[in-house]
Design a protein around this ligand. Structure first.
Ligand SMILES: NCc1[nH]cc(CCC(=O)O)c1CC(=O)O
Length: 319
């Protein structure tokens, strides 16, 4: 008897597309490993989807999109759910776990501009659309003359607004555009040195019930250890700073060496950069440290920034 795994998803095009990709990958793993599973999609409308017209940072509440999906999972209506890692809350509900962190794709932010402007060549006072305080802070630090204006909605409606609302450019995560097959829309990528990505950007998380051993076994086959390590350092950094999805915080971790001089595999070495900045870009604090343990590393980078005044910046940004 085949078990049908019910996959919950939000209705946005991005959510549906990501969920589709993950189901395809899981089906391939089931074939490879002779696992007897079928898959079925169930769409869920979350609170976050119903209030897209309100500024999300004002509505607050971490994991706005995730809560109802988690309840459906606890109720047994669905068995797993695919989340953009950067939208996944730091604390999952009791009884639920992140069963897999698949291989991360491009973590960078991308500039989509009319007339092929790069961030350097945008005219003085150009209007750039983004609702992210993190993007706003870093763009203004580099180009204080830019006029940053909020732009909300799904990726497709933001691309439409670029033209309809007369923006010179907008900034979106490259990952979402690639997953949608819209990579061609990208004018330039913002280097991570200029615009540090959101914690977990470009990665996915796959949530399931802690006790669901069939699903957890399947998901363990889909996990990417390196992505899991680097993303957990970034997420620890964020949780120490107590950041939600709308704070001027960024972080990006990579593995710096898998081997020591003798070419023996040594424990992975993680390099984590964290940033906190005023939304107007007048000050940006950044810190880079290297370490073996992702949790300690995340804490250390956060404490270092706190000792340099990150707490005051965040308190002001939250007002
Ligand atoms: N904040 C919304 C959001 N959540 C996840 C993505 C796609 C990128 C990703 O998976 O990291 C986006 C769009 C964006 O920021 O441009």
């Amino acid at each position: 008897m085949k078990r049908t795994i019910v996959v919950g998803t939000r209705q946005s095009q991005l959510a549906l597309t990501q969920t589709g990709h993950v189901i395809d990958a899981l089906k391939r793993l089931c074939e490879e490993h002779s696992l007897p599973f079928d898959f079925e999609i169930r769409k869920i409308i979350t609170k976050g989807d119903r209030i897209l017209d309100v500024t999300l940072s004002k509505v607050g509440g971490k994991g706005l999109f995730v809560k109802e999906i988690e309840q459906a999972m606890l109720d047994g209506e669905i068995d797993l759910a695919v989340h953009s890692m950067k939208d996944m809350p730091s604390e999952l509900q009791e009884g639920l776990v992140n069963g897999a962190t698949p291989l991360r794709v491009d973590p960078r932010d991308a500039l989509i501009s009319r007339q092929d402007y790069s961030l350097e060549t945008l005219p003085q006072g150009a209007r750039v659309g983004t609702s992210s305080l993190r993007r706003c802070s870093q763009l203004l630090a580099f180009r204080p003359d830019l006029v940053i204006e909020p732009i909300r909605g799904n990726i497709d409606s933001r691309l439409r607004k670029l033209n309809e609302e007369g923006f010179d450019a907008i900034v979106l995560a490259a990952a979402g555009l690639f997953r949608m097959g819209w990579g061609d829309e990208i004018t330039t990528f913002l280097p991570v040195e200029l615009c540090l990505p959101a914690v977990g950007q470009g990665a996915l998380g796959i949530e399931c019930r802690e006790e669901d051993h069939d699903v957890r076994h399947l998901l363990s086959l889909y996990n990417d250890k390196n992505t899991e390590l680097t993303v957990s350092a970034e997420r620890k950094f964020l949780s120490v700073l107590n950041g939600g999805c709308q704070v001027p915080i960024g972080a990006y971790a990579t593995l710096v060496n898998d081997e020591d001089e003798t070419n023996m595999i040594s424990s992975p070495c993680i390099m984590l950069t964290g940033m906190v900045g005023y939304p107007d870009g007048r000050t940006i604090l950044k810190e880079t440290l290297i370490g073996n343990d992702p949790i300690r590393l995340g804490e250390e980078v956060a404490w270092k920034l706190i000792s340099r005044g990150a707490g005051e910046i965040l308190a002001e940004a939250r007002e």
